[in-house]
Write a protein that binds this ligand. Sequence first.
Ligand code: FE2
Ligand code: FE2
Length: 162
Amino acid sequence: MEPASTPSFRRLERVHEAILEELHLHQDAIVEGDLAGARCHLDRLNLMLKAHIRAEDEILLPIFAERVEPQLGCTPELLFDEHRKLERLLRRTQERMLTLERAGRITPREKVYVIEEERMLKEVIDHHDRRERAVLFPKLDECIQGEERRRIWEECEAIQRV
Ligand SMILES: [Fe+2]
Ligand SMILES: [Fe+2]
């Protein structure tokens, strides 16, 4: 059981799910040719993903690096590098969105192109999610407990409140 005062870091899985859902909503809007909707969900995705990355980079990964023995397939350096990759892919998606907005419309072929171009972003989000679910969150739960966990959780929440 998880006492109310000490939330598990596994709850961050829900943040990952909300981020992926924004990407899906953005793509739904692209397929419908709704540029305003696509922009709205891309902006939400951008805010949520950047805030989540910041909470991990600034608060959680330093603790993971300091307290947890190096784990196969999930080191702090690897997670940190994947965050940079996510930011690059997000930037590319935003640039594409700007191009579409300047044109003011999207052709069927461009819809296919955008979905294909965003495939890599979706894949990296998925791989990153698996790594953190399997290793980062459980290990953080092991090495941060009680009052300290409550405090760290609140610091993360404050950054992610967008
Ligand atoms: Fe991450
Ligand atoms: Fe994460």
